[in-house]
Design a protein around this ligand. Structure first.
Ligand code: 6PG
Length: 246
């Protein structure tokens, strides 16, 4: 298994573990580099984490003025669309904290064409990280789909084979839509990669990804292996049921 598996008793405990990781990574990054660059995951699992970070107890523990928000993937929909990952984070977190709007770097979905959106987002990342070398995000939050996808790296999609670009858009037949995503090289350059996996429905795929045969075409989450950073799989007991040693 690549990385370490940390198991929380339930969803509430999982979110607390994730909030602690977020807070500690922010503190360390701001102390060492003067800012904290985080790429957020979409989907439903992290919603409750973002809501927890927005509560007074957690809100006050993080210096939001030095946090730079990015998204590890996005749907090709307007920011007003219910499927927008940006809109979900805006609703659950950004609208409740005092983060400088200039530090919120969302996908420019108004450009409409997936390739143009991906190229523009890649340029913005390079501008903000400096063009030399691979940008190193301080924290990248990731989810795991029941089909083994992560970010919007879906099984059998062209994005899985990208080795040069940081961000790509591709048609995903499985969801009948274009998706925008960080590529594996960009994710793997991150300092801390944290998967959030919750619920019995993820038990089989988590076991397959962590302990099954290596087959990243079928299980793209197996592409995630940090070059120099740390990888943590945060899972609740229901999701970790099969992956835990017997
Ligand atoms: C997205 C996410 C995606 C998500 C997985 C798991 O845009 O949907 O980035 O990769 O993390 O699909 O989603 P759930 O957390 O909703 O199971």
């Amino acid at each position: 298994m690549i990385g370490k598996l940390e198991v929380a008793a339930d969803r509430v405990a999982l979110n607390i573990k994730a909030a602690e990781s977020f807070r500690d990574a922010a503190k360390q990054s701001i102390a060492e580099r003067g800012r904290f660059t985080v790429a957020l995951s979409g989907g439903s699992t992290p919603k409750s984490l973002y809501a927890l970070l927005a509560t007074p107890e957690w809100n006050k523990q993080i210096d939001w003025s030095h946090v730079h928000f990015y998204w590890g993937d996005e749907r090709c929909v307007p920011i007003t669309h219910p499927d927008s990952n940006y809109a979900m984070v805006e609703r659950e977190l950004l609208s409740k904290i005092n983060a400088p709007r200039a530090n919120i770097h969302r996908f420019p979905v108004e450009l409409n064409d997936p390739d143009s959106i991906a190229a523009a987002y890649e340029q913005e990342i390079k501008r903000n990280f400096g063009a030399d070398g691979m940008p190193k995000f301080d924290l990248i939050l990731l989810g795991l789909g029941e089909n083994g996808h992560t970010a919007s790296l879906f099984p059998h999609c062209p994005a899985l084979h990208e080795t040069k670009r940081l961000v790509v858009g591709n048609w995903v037949e499985e969801v009948k839509s274009h998706r925008l995503t960080f590529t594996a090289p960009l994710i793997n350059a991150g300092r801390q990669l944290v998967f959030l996996v919750s619920g019995a429905g993820k038990a089989q795929v988590l076991q397959d990804v962590l302990n099954g045969p290596r087959q990243p075409e079928q299980l793209p989450a197996q592409l995630i292996a940090p070059i120099a950073g740390a990888l943590t799989w945060l899972a609740d007991k229901d999701a970790a049921r099969l992956a835990l040693p017997a």
